[in-house]
Design a protein around this ligand. Structure first.
Ligand SMILES: NC(=O)c1ccc[n+]([C@@H]2O[C@H](COP(=O)([O-])OP(=O)(O)OC[C@H]3O[C@@H](n4cnc5c(N)ncnc54)[C@H](O)[C@@H]3O)[C@@H](O)[C@H]2O)c1
Length: 355
């Protein structure tokens, strides 16, 4: 087992990386605290596969264990579901001596984190991410939240977990399309800050696509460290550094919204967004043809979509609504300068569309 630290003064926490050792989470947590009761929050799909072994691990470490199972899927990331979880926690008489454990993908992680941030004005929680998206991105960084009918992630809080426990063994049961969509976020780290990771992805596509454990372990560890570095520099998205994580996401979000969140998985929309953002970067003279070609080829190699998106100005409305730094139609946009290097600049939405 290895450890990556997210260094945030008194909010610092470790990310543990393991293979095929999910039930160790109980003993790892036990070394850090003296809490008595754990409530595992998971979704119906993950529960079938992994709830028993995680429960066993917590029991063995001396915790009293309860669980709450929510339906699998993005629809569960709602205020209504939050209220149902509060009700269950009150029924289970969970007080501040209890700790929540989010066992699942980004949906379970985001809603559990939000419940932890708000229940009894804040209780502890741990993240046990089981999707690639969650292991490389959503479980790290303390952004929690739920969706409203008006848009995604409109209600939330920054609330860091006590620890993150990522077992790459669980990725083997992940649906291949979900897995590949998660790889878009991995490729993103290569482009924005880690040219060695990018090269590794170029050279090891077969191993990664066939989910060889050592390569999964390598990419998850590398991305966890990258995300930790960005979060350490800009914990609450104030200095702008954290915005580099939005590379490919402006176009990706617009595409998801324009297809009513039905056409693409998030990572697939981000892949299209990354190819498009690189082409715009080249057209504006920020980066070379060579870098753009490598990005395009890598995304294609992993079987991710890369077609030219068909968007109009209105498709950006959901982004504009939440981008508080936007002025007169200009949005913050992440441009590529080279593999491993990006820069943030404002651009007019209409200029985006003519490229
Ligand atoms: N907080 C953040 O910083 C952040 C960052 C990125 C994404 N997100 C959020 O994350 C969510 C998407 O997360 P996701 O892609 O993990 O989706 P998800 O949580 O919906 O999981 C996808 C599907 O995979 C199933 N699953 C999970 N683990 C599995 C496993 N090991 N084997 C088999 N099936 C498994 C789930 O039951 C679900 O059906 C979105 O709501 C997004 O907004 C948050």
């Amino acid at each position: 087992m290895e450890k990556v630290l997210v260094k945030l003064k008194d909010r610092s926490y470790p990310i543990y990386l393991t293979r095929e050792a999910l039930d160790d989470v109980g003993s790892v947590l036990r070394r850090m605290d003296r809490l008595e009761k754990v409530v595992i929050i998971t979704d119906s799909r993950v529960a079938e596969m992994y709830l028993e072994s995680v429960k066993r691990g917590f029991h063995a470490a001396g915790y009293q264990v309860d669980s709450i199972v929510i339906p699998a899927g993005e629809e569960s990331k709602s205020i209504n579901q939050v209220v149902q979880i509060y009700d269950r926690l009150l029924d289970l008489e969970v007080d501040r001596k209890g700790i929540l454990a989010a066992l699942g993908g980004g949906v379970v992680g985001d809603i559990t984190g939000f419940v932890a941030a708000t229940y009894l004005r804040g209780v502890d929680y741990v993240q046990i991410p089981t999707t690639l998206v969650a292991q490389v991105d959503s479980a790290i960084g303390g952004k929690t939240g739920v969706n409203l009918s008006q848009g995604k992630n409109l209600v939330g809080a920054f609330w860091h977990p006590r620890l993150v426990f990522s077992d790459v063994g669980v990725l083997k049961t992940l649906d291949q399309r979900e897995f590949i969509a998660g790889l878009a976020e991995v490729i993103k780290y290569g482009i924005i800050m880690d040219s060695s990771l990018f090269k590794y992805l170029e050279e090891n596509a077969d191993k990664i696509l066939s989910k060889k454990e050592e390569s999964l372990y390598y990419i998850v560890k590398r991305c966890a460290r990258n995300k930790a570095l960005v979060v350490e520099e800009d914990e609450r998205e104030e200095s702008g550094r954290r915005s580099i994580l939005n590379f490919g996401h402006t176009i990706g979000h617009a595409l998801e919204a324009s297809t009513n969140y039905q056409g693409y998985l998030h990572g697939e929309a981000v892949a299209i967004g990354m190819v498009f953002a690189s082409k715009i970067s080249k057209n504006l003279g920020f980066c070379s043809n060579g870098a753009v070609d490598r990005i395009h080829q890598l995304i294609e190699r992993y079987g991710l979509p890369h077609e030219q998106p068909d968007l109009n100005e209105d498709d950006f409305d959901p982004i504009i609504r939440v981008d508080k730094k936007m002025t007169k139609g200009r949005i913050n946009f992440v441009f590529v300068e080279d593999i491993g290097k990006v820069k943030l600049e404002k651009i007019d939405i209409r200029d985006l569309l003519i490229h």
